[in-house]
Design a protein around this ligand. Sequence first.
Ligand code: PXG
Length: 465
Amino acid sequence: MSIITNHMPTAELQALDAAHHIHPFSTNADLGRDGVRVITRAKGVFLTDSEGEEILDGMAGLWCVNIGYGREELAEVAARQMRELPFYNTFFKTTHVPAIALAKKLAELAPGDLNHVFYAGGGSEANDTNIRLVRTYWAEKGKPDKNVIISRKNAYHGSTVGSASLGGMAPMHAQGGIPIPNIHHINQPNWWAEGGGMSPEEFGLARARELEEAIQELGEDRVAAFIAEPVQGAGGVIVAPDSYWPEIQRICDKYEILLIADEVICGFGRTGNWFGSQTLGIRPHIMTVAKGLSSGYAPIGASIVCDEVAEVIGNCEFNHGYTYSGHPVAAAVALENLRILEEEKIIEHVRDVAAPYLKEKWEALVDHPLVGEARIVGMMGSVALTPNKEARAKFASEPGTIGLICRERCFANNLIMRHVGDRLIISPPLIITPAEIDEMFVRIRKSLDEAHAEILRQDLMKEAA
Ligand code: PXG
């Protein structure tokens, strides 16, 4: 068998990739146009590709490499755990030390009485668990019809059948026969795009009250849970107006609706606290976690569940579980990642150093001719691109055209920054230093200037009718 190494020519790797590798959320045409980028190694906040280019990773991998790349300790823990116990399951009255230790640590870190952990392989699986968990909870309490889960349009909760049904991404719902029944979507609190003539505060209240209206319409006895990301990530880093979350909390309390906070992106320091729920003042019954739980070094996710839900679920046999629930290597790696986050005071670094510095520079981007609003919470930010700031106008071009031009300039300048439609987003590793933030902004500003010149050259600086 031939061995594929980092030392093969890029073109050969690209050809093999094109021949055999199906990529998520990609068309062959997109991948083939100028070839995929082959990443070979990484250290700190920098990636290296097969051409030897050093790329500043403004997305922390995929919102996950919170402690940065290249931490030997995690490699060592993984190797040690593989030698000692590479696998054992957690079914059939069995457990192992990494699963126990990580569950105890998560119970300590999680707010309130979120003291119980059901493991999964990632965020999508954990959200699938949540669907079955909340429905089983209400069925056990004698309310089997209390099985509707309310979610939001433009939310992202994963790619499995269940989690994609929870998500509110229309292009995902257009494929593969989803959503599953009894998932109901309300509108998102995206003031910039959808706020019309309302103030952000009025709009936040109005959007939160859609939850109450939905509960009243569906019937209180039908609604099991509401799920939301504290800050919508993949939807474009949409930060709700301040009035939104207190009203959502009031409504969930009033109607006895289980609140699920999807912390897959917001968890483990991203917003300046251990969890986004703490930053936004939310009291969830269940939190979905993944990504930053292991800083992406091993695939692992979990549902962290409050005492009451865990007790009721424990009274029945919850017929649910994954081979890799609590995988010992992944759990050991996650535990070491949490040790580093805690002992190196990375969340304090975010709160006191990195996030305030990033915020100042990020919000100053509104002086750029392409940028309408700049929003940021902790280490996740977005800007809305617009041809007319005062009118909060959209571009006349196909949505995403302008965002893609900007992203391509970022890539060309060795900066990974994403676009979601005509929003640009960042979510760098939490360990980024002020000097690295300075370097990131040199690249951001250069990329935006080049994109602006290109947009003018193509005569695209035009408002939609
Ligand atoms: N919930 C949230 C809030 C997420 O962001 C998931 C669940 C699913 O997790 P897994 O581990 O199954 O992928 C996610 C994942 C993007 C992008 O384009 C975002 C995610 C995944 C892939 C792409 O921003 N988030």
